[in-house]
Structures are given as structure tokens and as C-alpha cells.
Ligand binder design. Sequence first.
Ligand code: HEM
Length: 284
Amino acid sequence: MSPDILSVAVRAVSFVALLQGAGIAIFVALFRLSLGSAASEIRRLGIWSAVAALPLLLSQVVLEAARMAGEFAGVLDWSLERLVLTSAAGAAFDARVAGVVLLLAGLAGSGRIAQVTGCGGSLLAAGSFALMGHTSVHPHRWLLAPALITHVLIAAFWLGAIPALYLAAVREAADVAGRLIEGFSRVAVWIVPLLAVVGGVMAFALIPRLAVLEQAYGWLLLAKITGFTLLMGLAAANRWRLGPAVALGTRRAFERSLAAEYVLIVGVLAATATMTSLYSPEPQ
Ligand code: HEM
């Protein structure tokens, strides 16, 4: 296995852990009043997700030196490691670690200050994405940075909401879970299309020619759009059919649909990690 492949795999899993922790912090802050007995379990999952992100983020930075050297021996080259830590990847790592610390502090408490702290951690984690990558070196960075931060924040919220809603459906009384799902759907119906809009704006700005859609970057972008379309189908079924059924005591189909949504989002994040690590939106 090459350092590139391992690095992309670690990056994809770190996206899942970091964004899940960040998303759960936002979910808890938004729906704290609708959460009953599942609240502490949801917060605990957020804490474990954030904790799991730390070694993954560190491995990602360490592996970056191996990628530069083109072989795993690069991880032991301190001059390369120092170079990574002082680069944009190092700045993103620092912001992510600071974000994780805030997430942990926020999710460990339950008051207003804890929720604001947790959301600050989510913002810092999302903001770290704008410090590196294709958008950070683009002439229209002023537009792409807020677009990317919005995109990542919504992706995090969506990813974090899935296990939170699953736990609520399993642990809460049917009427409590039903109200929570209804509240989430009311927010999601506005922000999920926004994820596609800002994603589309970024794609439009980053891709100079349609020919790019015939190379690896374009294929992965099209795979993301396909994944998003399938996710919208599941989200619509949850909104109109499966979610309301939970309030009436039928939750199995909703749980299965959430599991499918989770797998699809993880797939989209893997495609994103590959596309942003290995390929360029410039025509080859
Ligand atoms: C219509 C659907 C979507 C489009 C058009 C889209 C487009 C994009 C584009 C153009 C970028 C910037 C890539 C670059 O820097 O080269 C991006 C980044 C990103 N997208 Fe999406 N996306 C979509 C859906 C999603 C979904 C469903 C998720 C996850 C739930 C997601 C998660 C991310 C993440 C985490 C990044 C940041 C990657 C990084 O900077 O390392 N996207 N997306």
C-alpha cells in the first residue's frame, strides 16, 4: 500500500469522526429542549467521536510527510514533519485540535455556556477546512471559504443528526421521538438544499472547463452528486412517511433508513477525501 492510499483512508475516517462530533454538538444545542432520556447518550457519542478524531488527525499530519517523501520512511524524517506542521496542513491540524478541545468541553457540560462552547468547536472544525485545499489557493477564496465552511457545517450537522435521531428513536417514548424528528425535519428541509447550492457554487468556481468532468476529480464530484441525490430520496421518505410513523410507535423502517443514510454519507465523505487529496479540478 502506498502512503497516498493510507493517507486518504485515514483522512476519510477522520472526516467521519470529526464531523460527527461537531454535528452532535450542533444537534444538542438546537434540540436540547426536545431531548429526553437519550440526551446523555447522544452527548457521550459526540464525546467519543471527538476523542477518536484526535489520533486520526495526528496520523494524517504524520502521513503527510510520507506522502511528500513518496515512501513510509518519510514519517521518520523530522525536517519533513516540521515542514508539514508549518504548512497549511499544520494550521488546519491546529484549528481541528482546538476545535476538538472545545467540542469535548461543550459536550461534557449541559448548560447554555457548554452548548455555545460546543458550537464554537464545530465552527472551528469546519473553519479548518478553509485553511487548506483547492479553495484556499483559489483567486476567489473570499467567496469559496465561506461557501466551504457553510458546506462542511451542514454536512457535519446532517452526519451528527443521524446517530442522534437513531438513539432518540430507540430510547425515547414514541411521542418524544416523533416531536424531535419533526423538529429536525423542519430545519433539514431548509439547510440540506443549501449544502447542494454552496457545493454547486464551489464546483462552478473550481472547475474551469467541463472537460474536468471526464477526469478523476469530475467522476468523484459526480459520485458525490449521485450520493446526495440518493440521500435526498431517503430524507424525503423520512420526512413524509417513516418519521411520522415513529410517533405512532413504528420505528423499524425509520431506523433502517437512517442506517442507509449514514452509509451513504460515509461514502460521500470517502469520495470527498479522495477527490481533495489526490486530484485537481484543473484540466489535465
Ligand atoms: C450536490 C452535492 C455536492 C456537491 C456539488 C459538492 C461539492 C463540493 C466541492 C466542489 C467541494 C470542494 C472540493 C475541493 O476543495 O476541491 C466540496 C467539499 C466538501 N464536501 Fe461536498 N458536495 C456535495 C455534497 C456533499 C455531501 C452530501 C457531503 C457530506 C455530507 C459533502 C462533504 C464535503 C466536505 C467535508 C468537503 C470538504 C473537503 C475538504 O476541503 O477537504 N459534500 N464539496
